[in-house]
Design a protein around this ligand. Sequence first.
Ligand SMILES: Nc1ncnc2c1ncn2[C@@H]1O[C@H](COP(=O)(O)OP(=O)(O)OP(=O)(O)O)[C@@H](O)[C@H]1O
Length: 312
Amino acid sequence: MTTPALTVSHLQKSFKDQQVLHDVSFSVNKGEITALLGPNGAGKSTTIRSIMGIFYPDEGTIEFNGETTKAIPKHKIGYLPEERGLYKNVSIMDILLYFAELKDYPRDKAKKRALMYLKKLGLEGKEKSSIEELSKGMGQKVQFIASMIHEPELLILDEPFSGLDPVSQEVFKEEIRSLAQNGTAILLSAHQMNLVEEMADRLIMLHKGREVIKGTMEDVKREYASFKCTIHGQNDQNKLAAIPSVTRVEQSNDVSVLFLDQDVVPSEWIRTLPQDIQINEFRLDRISLHEIFIDIASDRTLASEEENNDEE
Ligand SMILES: Nc1ncnc2c1ncn2[C@@H]1O[C@H](COP(=O)(O)OP(=O)(O)OP(=O)(O)O)[C@@H](O)[C@H]1O
C-alpha cells in the first residue's frame, strides 16, 4: 500500500504577469522515488521552492503526512537545492555537524552517519579537509550528505546528478534508491532520463508550468512508450510512411526510423512490411523516456494529441 508523505494540490504561481505554474498536483509516497521532470523553465524549481516554503504559491495546498502546512517541520525534510554552495573554509565534518544541529539531530549520531556516508561516497579520510580543497563533484557529495544527515522522512533533491561524472552518478543513484528502500519519500528533479528511467517509481512531467505526464513509471511506459523500428537500407520515405501503423518516419542517409502506433503488435506488424523494401539492418525497440521527453519538450506529442482530439 502506498502512503503519501507529501501531497501537492492545485498549485498556481505567477511572477508579475507571467503564470509559471498552472494547477500542478501530485503526491510523493513513503518508500518511493518520484521524479519531477520537464525542460528548462518548465517550473520544477518553482514547484520545489513552493514545497520548501521559499515561495508562497498563489493557489493550492501542500500536505505533509496528511496535514495541510505552510512549512514542513525542518527535522522531517531534507533539501538539496539547485544552487550548490557550502562554507568554503570550514572542515567537512564541521559543516555536516552544523547541518545536523540545524535540524536538531543528535551530534554523535550525525558524526557516525557522516563518516559512513563519506566512506560510501569515496570521501573517506576527507572529514578534516575544507570544501575549497575538494573538487566540485566532491563538494556536491558533501552537500548531498548534508541534505540527509538527519534521516529526513521527505528528501527533495533538485538536480542531484548535474555536474557528476557517470561513476558518481551511479553511486548517487544507488544511495538514493537505498534511502527510498528504507522508507524515505524522495522527490527529485533531473535531466538524466536514463537514470530516472532506472530508478523512479513515479514521475510527473511539467511543460510550460502544466502537467503533461503523470503516473507510475510502468503506466507512463505503457501509455507513451510505443515502438520504433530502425531500418538501414535505401528506401523511399513516402513508401515507409504508407506502411500500416506508421505514425512518423525520420530519415537520415540510408537509416530510417519508423515510429509506430501505440497499440501495434510487433509480431503482426512485421508481417505487414512490403516485400521490396531494402533491409541491411533491422531493429525494433520501445522508445525510451528520453525520447518521450524530447517529444513532449518539442510539443510533438501535444500537437498530435490535439490533432486526435480534433478528429474525435
Ligand atoms: N524569482 C523569480 N522571478 C521571476 N521569474 C521567475 C523566478 N523564478 C523562476 N522564474 C520563472 O519561472 C519559470 C520556471 O522556472 P523554474 O526555475 O521553476 O524552471 P525549472 O523547470 O526549474 O528550469 P531548469 O530546468 O532550467 O532549472 C521560468 O520562466 C523562470 O524564468
